[in-house]
Design a protein around this ligand. Sequence first.
Ligand code: 5BU
Length: 252
Amino acid sequence: KEEHRLSYESKLKCAQHSVSKKLLEIALAKKSNLIASADVTTTQELLDLAEKTGPHIIALKTHIDIISDFDYEKTILPLKELALKHQFLLMEDRKFADIGNTQELQFTSGVFKITDWADFVTSQVIGGFESLDCFRNVGVVAIVGMSSKGTLTTNSYREEALKIALSHPNVIGAVSQHKVPEDILLFTPGVNLADSGDGKGQQYNTPQHVFKTLHTDFIIVGRGIYKAEDAEKAALTYKNEGWNAYLQSLEK
Ligand code: 5BU
C-alpha cells in the first residue's frame, strides 16, 4: 500500500532548523512550493526575474557566478530587498564539493561572499560529514541525486549521501530524483511542463509526476519560467500546478 506523505503543516511541527521552518511557513502562507531557478547572466535579468516571480515563489535559486556584471552593491543589495519585499528566500546553488577548509573559504570569501546573503546553499556531500560543518549560519541542501542522464549518483551513492544528509545538523534537505525519508525536505529540479529534455543531458518530469511518485516538497523550475515569454505568468502556472499536485499527493 502506498504510504501517505506528510503535509507541510506536520513537517513544520517537527522542523528543527530555522531555514526549514521559514520555507514551510512561506509555502503555507503563499500556497506555493515553487523555487524559480534564475539561470540568467546579468544583474538586470536577475532582478527583473526576482521582481516578476517574487510573489509566487518560496525561494529564488541563483548561480551567482554566472552573473557577468556581478557587483555586491548593485546585484546583492537590491536582490535582498526584493526577497524581503516579496517574502522569498535566497538559495545559492553553489554545489560545494571540496574539503571543509576550502568550502569555508569559497563560502565566506571571494567576490560573492555567499555567507552574507544566502539563506541556504547546495552542497555535494562527497567531501564527507565534516565538510558540511562550515555552513553554520545557513541551511544546506545536500545533493543526493542528479537529474541528468548518466549521472553517477547510483543507488549505493545515494544511500551513503543520505546517511550524511540525515545526520548532519546543518542539512535541511536533499536534491534528488528519488524518494527520501520524510524527516528531510526534498527539492526536485528537472521540472518542465513542455519538454522532456534539453538536448544537453537534462531530463524533465512534470510537477504531477514528482509530487505523486517522489513525494517531493519543492519543485525547482529554470527555463520553464525564465525562458517563457511572460515569466510572471509562467511562475503562476507552475505555482498552481505544483500546489494542486501537492494537494493530490496528500490524498493518496
Ligand atoms: P532548468 O532550466 O529547469 O533545466 O534548470 C534546472 C536548474 O536546476 C539548473 O540551475 C541546474 O543547475 C539545477 N539542477 C538540475 O537541473 N539538476 C540537478 O540534479 C541539480 C541541479 Br543537483
